[in-house]
Design a binder for this molecule. Structure first.
Ligand code: AMP
Ligand code: ZN
Ligand code: FE
Ligand code: FE
Length: 280
């Protein structure tokens, strides 16, 4: 069983990297990609814990969130060289931008009659990447909304009254960064973005895969993305996007099913040994 998309407390997940790996073991997952938003800070602990649970394998990953006109595109990177100094410098800049974004969201929320203290958000974030899920939790704690979902629906969703777009990175730049870090860039959950028209541009920019298997994709969407992968010689990946037992929209680890060929194809791309034949 393989799962190529998950989050830890290094970004907005609820489980520490160690807890995440133990949950993967419980679920029978054999290959787990840890793909925190704009951070690889969870990888060392995940890799160390996984060594205690052979044959579990960790794929070092990242998820770079980018904003485009009228929406959002998330780019996953697999098998990245996460120790490269220039890469870490860039990730730190992205996390700093996230901190500034929290202040701006707090301002907007104050105008909307829901004042929060940014430091309440940072207390939840700890060492992680500050994001809207953390703001949503504070809105719940303060009693402005009943659930994280309501916080997104009313205030934080893309284009919502309290959402603040990111400026730092375009999807093309995210793809370039991942390629330069020797990783394999993949369009995460394209069905959530509603930006399929941009896929040709992303391919020209060096995109190497599409996350086809995803719990919020309909069967028809999955089929359509699989066909796109075949046509354009891309790797078809998939994963749970697990954020922990309580947070937002979540699925359990190891679900949906993802073919083992996805992992093999990613590995070949990462090694540069594959012109890119799609199995699966
Ligand atoms: P951010 O990185 O701050 O832009 O936050 C993006 C994260 O918020 C995503 O990775 C999801 O985990 C979460 N998210 C986005 N939209 C929703 C939603 N409608 N309901 C719950 N969580 C969401
Ligand atoms: Zn997230
Ligand atoms: Fe995402
Ligand atoms: Fe994710």
């Amino acid at each position: 069983m393989i799962d190529l998309h998950s989050h830890t407390t290094a970004s907005d997940g609820a489980l520490s990297p160690r807890e995440l790996v133990r949950e993967a073991v419980r679920r029978g997952v054999k290959v787990l990609a840890v793909t925190d938003h704009d951070s690889t800070e969870g990888l060392a602990e995940a890799l160390a814990e996984a060594r205690r649970h052979p044959p579990l394998e960790i794929v070092p990953g990242i998820e770079l969130n980018t904003d485009v006109e009228g929406g959002e595109i998330h780019i996953l990177g697999f098998f990245i060289d996460h120790q490269a100094e220039w890469f870490q410098v860039l990730l730190r800049e992205l996390r700093e931008e996230r901190v500034q974004r929290i202040y701006r969201m707090a301002e907007r929320l104050a105008h909307l009659g829901c004042p929060i203290d940014p430091h309440e958000v940072f207390a939840l974030v700890k060492e992680g990447s500050a994001g809207r899920p953390h703001v949503a939790q504070v809105l719940v704690q303060r009693g402005y909304v009943k659930s994280v979902r309501e916080a997104f629906d009313r205030y934080l969703r893309n284009g919502g009254p309290a959402s603040v777009p990111r400026k730092k990175l375009s999807p093309e730049a995210a793809i370039d960064v991942i390629r330069r870090a020797h990783g394999v860039p993949v369009f995460a959950h394209p069905g959530l973005s509603g930006k399929d028209d941009l896929i040709p541009d992303l391919i020209r920019a060096g995109l190497q895969g599409i996350e086809c298997y995803y719990h919020e994709h309909s069967a028809a969407q999955t089929e359509m993305y699989l066909r796109l992968c075949q046509t354009h010689d891309l790797v078809a990946t998939g994963g749970s996007d697990y954020h922990g037992p309580h947070l937002g929209r979540s699925n359990h680890l190891g679900s949906p099913w993802v073919p083992a060929a996805a992992y093999e194809a990613l590995r070949r791309r990462a090694a540069g040994a594959d012109s890119g034949q799609i199995l699966a």
